[in-house]
Design a binder for this molecule. Sequence first.
Ligand code: KIV
Length: 284
Amino acid sequence: MTKLTTRDLISMKRRGQKITMITAYDYPTALIADKTGIDVLLVGDSAAMVVLGERDTRFITLEEMLVFSKAVSRAAERALVVGDMPFMSYQVSAEEAVRNAGRFVKEGRVDAVKVEGGEEFSEIISRIVRSGIPVMGHIGVTPQRDVMSTGYRLRGRKVDDLERLLRDALSLERAGAFSIVLEFVTEEAARIITERLSVPVIGVGSGLYCDGQCLVVHDLLGIYPNPPPFSKAYANLSSVMAGAIEKFRDDVISSRFPDESRRFHMDKEELEKVQERLKGLPEV
Ligand code: KIV
């Protein structure tokens, strides 16, 4: 199977073909998603919450992100794998950002990295791109820092806000970002931004008119208790999982598990020899 490239995603935008992206953090989920034809697997820093149970995304480390990235990359034969650069892995200096993006490629085996932030990060993004690593931008709600200031609030409600978002988006495009995530932005603002960019805009909670859509896989599958308001659960895997685990528990308690097909025996003659030998041993 041929791997998608960043160029393929740009061609999809030109053809008006929607881009699909979900998050993934482990090998089996990535394997299933890749076979469905999902275009992009984002190893999101949302892993901090949905996998590690942290309060927000600030607390995941680069080392943890690299472990998840490697697992997802091993599974992805077709999908483009994007590694999310965690909080404080790119903010300190361009040198450090390039070094850490390089670790995502060399150790996490990703095809691209994602960086949160607008115009103020365009120089850093440009340096990573010039080093040969494709970068996906991320504006709108940028959870790594918004959690400490404005909180998780809808963006692009006012003209000034839209202007700011548009300036950020154009500046990231100029810096060389191959695509931009737009998180929790009004549909009207998202549409204007999408129409003015030549690189694909992937929306998460930003309405219908983006070039693609992204959901966190745990929200899509219905296994995370606190999904954002724009998300949709396409399954209720938490009840499927609870049902299976409960059944196993009942089967163990009532000795129905393991059943005969899952039990492995000694040969009859060997067993007779054991019984003979045991006769000579003192009882305990
Ligand atoms: O970490 C993440 O899951 C993300 C998506 C919401 C785009 O950044």
